[in-house]
Design a protein around this ligand. Structure first.
Ligand SMILES: *[C@@H]1O[C@H](CO)[C@@H](O)[C@H](O)[C@H]1NC(C)=O
Ligand SMILES: *[C@@H]1O[C@H](CO)[C@@H](O)[C@H](O)[C@H]1NC(C)=O
Ligand SMILES: *[C@@H]1O[C@H](CO)[C@@H](O)[C@H](O)[C@H]1NC(C)=O
Length: 803
């Protein structure tokens, strides 16, 4: 309660400051911006970009350009990403000699543009996010567009001098391992540059540029993204975003997981969505799991890293460090060859780090070469070459390891016999990493020389002010700043924004209080009971208590950081979680209209609403399947899991539970038990086939047919005498009606939900039913993907209902 009072005071305070201070986009010569004054901020004249000190950790700030229309400010550029400055006594100043300088507490220069100019200059934040140092005539002396960090904006050219370097992780903004750049042969490439190794991984190193349509002769070395979503490079590489040619805010980002993605800003939800990504196989990124590990990509589990047998993870929070041996390095010395053996890893590949490639006639010969190299060889990759000869790759490092079902080579890992005969299990760790991160505190303290300002700052901090609150307020500051131009916005909305930006961990006691001791049960979903509750800040929440507390805390937290970062207008918003002892709870926004199942048979949904539910659900699932960094399968799409907000917009719920509730060894995609719900389950579950994203497509198709016909797949099932495959009853019934009808009006009349009383758009019904029937094809390969479904339906969406 004390916290709330504090929030409100701060709000009023910020509101006061923001309204009494007029934002400007210009800093004149001889002036500074202070890290301590939240009003020291440049705002572009369109109000969409800001340049100010951005908090990257506890008492650590970077001078940054951010896009501020998004729910959370999006960092686009940083001056000093690798050397944050102190939260007290730091300044960005435009000196009289024309140098733009960032000084730390105590006056140390941490970064500068190293410019000088005889006459007066000014710094300006332009409407495209470019921070420029200009002469009074408007000539550019320096611009942030020429020294990007990990983000390229439309109209900002990528050139020989300008490359993109990823950040270390979603939450650590310092320089990471992945780089997009023009190489010496004029080709645009992606490079992994670790602390000890580096290698190019895109284009695939074994491909010649000419074979993939890339020119090595155009020395222009320029690439450009336009705001319609077209990217063109002088080496011939180009792509279009999935929403091309929509004119929206866009950014191309070298993501910390080594993939290059284009994001489009969605105005309605104030969030970014991926509208293009370069690599579809996340394990082809070099260095991603570190040494002595394997990368595995599975549509259900997503990407994960494993330590090889005999190795243990160095730092579970940073897989790029990989794994270290559990046996002494002396075990590989030259006189211990008899105590060594080889572990066979099928369908695996290690890219690079070969001592040499030798043609051999047997596996034994290959392994002996490795043994003879003593500690210089960690294993071999063995590949059939031609009649009775094989290629033996002697590996000096187990790096870039990945599971590749289609690869015809095999790996033999050298290990001490004692380890080979032990039955230790391999540790699996999910490595999913969605664009927006949780905030981890970064400890960074300065002792300003001669002064004790840091201490007093800390004391002030200690008065009940956590980092979390501080950064939340910092975010709110941006928001207030922007909205101060729109007086219509109420304090309530602002408070809502504060809560929306914070994905938090709750205590069990808090949630017990919120639900009044888990009294009001509102649903029974996969894995647990859902209760209605009111959080201490008066937000009404749906709180799910998971039944099985099988997951250890670290794993649960890893999943939470993934699920919490998913953000889409058609996915339920998750506010937080609780993990305490055996308790595992999830906290979601509460949907007042309940689920689609609750509404379908109550006449609450007219045709327009139903159609919008179909489109929105498709978009939400498409985001889960493809647009997030990794694939997540829902595995239980049904009307009970599609919730409706106050405007009857659908939000998919219960996603990610397949991961939370089922963690089998080694990401095996054949689930041990059938999941999903009868009536909605794809045939793959029944016939034990490979589970892919197409199981969700199938269930979605059934849900749509149910919405159109108003008949539950169960109901039809019980009406007819079941024989053959049960869950196809509704589908065969509809297919039959279509087959025997003379006109489309005729079959539509037969199958349409009578409670619509004839109020529907014939062509929309036809489109929806046709798409749904494609979705429920028995052969999963014949079903469209969720994003194709969304696209097909969207083209029919904006028609008006003839009444
Ligand atoms: C080289 O690339 C530039 C920029 O894309 C393009 O305008 C130019 O036509 C190219 N030159 C040749 C010879 O293809
Ligand atoms: C590869 O290295 C091993 C060990 O040094 C050596 O015996 C073998 O002849 C080499 N093979 C080739 C093709 O150079
Ligand atoms: C961020 O990454 C840098 C470089 O690897 C590292 O030195 C720093 O400690 C990291 N910060 C945090 C908070 O982990």
């Amino acid at each position: 309660m004390q916290c709330r009072a504090m929030h409100i005071t701060i709000f009023l305070l910020l509101l006061f400051i923001s309204t009494s201070f007029a934002a400007t986009d210009t800093l004149s010569e001889g002036s500074s911006l202070s890290v301590e004054k939240q009003s020291d901020i440049l705002v572009s004249s369109n109000g969409d970009f800001s340049a100010s000190f951005f908090q990257v950790g506890e008492n650590a700030f970077c001078f940054s350009v951010c896009f501020t229309r998004s729910k959370r400010p999006t960092v686009l550029w940083m001056a000093n990403r690798d050397e944050p400055v102190n939260g007290k006594g730091s300044f960005l100043s435009l000196w009289k000699d024309g140098n733009l300088v960032l000084t730390d507490a105590g006056g140390t220069v941490m970064w500068s543009t190293a410019t000088s100019f005889p006459s007066e200059l000014h710094l300006k934040l332009r409407n495209n996010g470019n921070l420029v140092l200009l002469t009074s005539q408007g000539t550019i002396i320096w611009q942030s567009f020429e020294s990007p960090t990990d983000t390229l904006l439309p109209t900002q050219p990528l050139t020989e001098q300008v490359s993109l370097v990823s950040s270390r992780s979603a939450t650590n903004h310092s320089s990471g391992f992945y780089k997009l750049y023009f190489d010496n042969d004029n080709v645009l490439r992606l490079l992994y540059k670790g602390t000890t190794f580096s290698s190019v991984y895109w284009p695939a190193p074994w491909q010649l540029p000419i074979d993939i349509g890339r020119s090595t002769y155009n020395v222009t070395k320029t690439a450009l993204l336009d705001s319609f979503g077209l990217f063109t490079s002088s080496d011939g590489f180009q792509f279009r975003s999935t929403d091309y040619p929509k004119k929206v805010y866009r950014r191309l980002k070298m993501d910390s997981d080594g993939n290059l993605r284009l994001y489009s800003f969605i105005e309605e939800s104030k969030t970014w969505e991926v509208t293009w990504q370069l690599l579809s196989q996340p394990c082809t990124v070099h260095g991603i799991c570190g040494p002595n590990s394997m990368c595995n990509h599975d549509p259900v589990i997503g990407r994960s890293c494993f330590c090889l047998k005999g190795f243990k993870v160095k730092d579970p929070n940073d897989w790029t460090l990989g794994c270290e041996p559990e046996f002494p390095s002396s075990d590989f010395s030259c006189n211990s060859a008899e105590s060594l053996g080889f572990l066979h890893l099928r369908t695996s590949e290690w890219y690079g780090y070969d001592w040499n490639v030798t043609r051999v006639s047997s596996l034994k010969e290959c392994q002996n070469l490795c043994l003879a190299l003593c500690d210089k060889c960690v294993g071999v990759q063995f590949k059939f070459n031609e009649v009775s000869t094989y290629n033996c790759f002697l590996k000096t490092m187990a790096f870039n390891g990945r599971d590749t079902p289609n690869f015809d080579g095999e790996i033999y890992l050298k290990l001490p016999n004692a380890i080979l005969s032990s039955s230790t299990k391999t540790l699996k760790h999910s490595l999913m990493n969605c664009p927006v991160g949780l905030s981890h505190p970064l400890k960074r303290f300065y002792q300003a020389p001669g002064k004790n300002s840091t201490l007093s700052f800390l004391v002030w901090f200690a008065c009940g002010f956590g980092l979390f609150e501080f950064s939340a307020i910092f975010l709110v500051w941006f928001f207030l700043f922007r909205t101060s131009k729109h007086p219509a916005d109420t304090l309530d909305q602002q408070r809502h924004l504060l809560s929306a930006t914070v994905f938090q961990r709750f205590t069990y006691a808090e949630l017990k209080t919120a639900t009044k001791g888990f009294k009001e049960e509102v649903g029974q979903g996969a894995g647990g009971v859902v209760y209605k509750g009111t959080l201490h800040d008066n937000r009404v929440a749906a709180i799910k208590r998971l039944n099985e507390a099988t997951q250890v805390e670290a794993e649960f937290l890893a999943e939470m950081s993934t699920i919490g970062m998913l953000n889409h207008m058609n996915l339920i918003d998750m506010w937080g979680y609780c993990v305490e002892g055996k308790h595992r709870l999830l906290v979601y926004e509460y949907m007042e209209h309940g689920s689609l199942a609750d509404n379908l048979f109550t006449n609450a949904l007219d045709w327009k609403k139903r159609f919008n539910v179909a489109v929105g659900t498709a978009k939400g699932l498409a985001y889960l399947h493809e647009e997030c960094l990794e694939w997540i399968l829902h595995c239980d799409v049904k009307p009970q899991n599609i919730l409706l907000d106050s405007d009857f917009h659908p939000k998919v719920a219960d996603f990610g539970l397949s991961k939370l509730l089922n963690r089998d060894e080694r990401g095996n995609s054949s689930f041990s038990r059938i999941r999903g719900t009868r009536g909605y389950m794809a045939p793959e579950w029944v016939y034990n086939l490979r589970i892919t994203a197409k199981v969700d497509v199938y269930s979605y198709g059934i849900v749509v047919l149910e919405m159109v016909s108003g008949r539950s797949p169960m109901e039809i099932q019980s009406l007819e005498n079941s024989r053959g495959i049960e869950q196809h009853r509704l589908v065969t019934w509809i297919r039959d009606k279509i087959k025997h009808a003379t006109t489309r009006e005729f079959w539509i009349e037969e199958i349409i939900d009578p409670s619509l009383e004839g109020n529907y758009d014939v062509s929309q019904v036809e489109a929806l039913v046709k798409v749904a029937l494609q979705c429920v094809k028995d052969d999963m390969n014949e079903r469209p993907s969720m994003s194709q479904v969304a696209e097909m339906l969207q083209s029919h969406q904006h028609k008006l209902l003839p009444l």
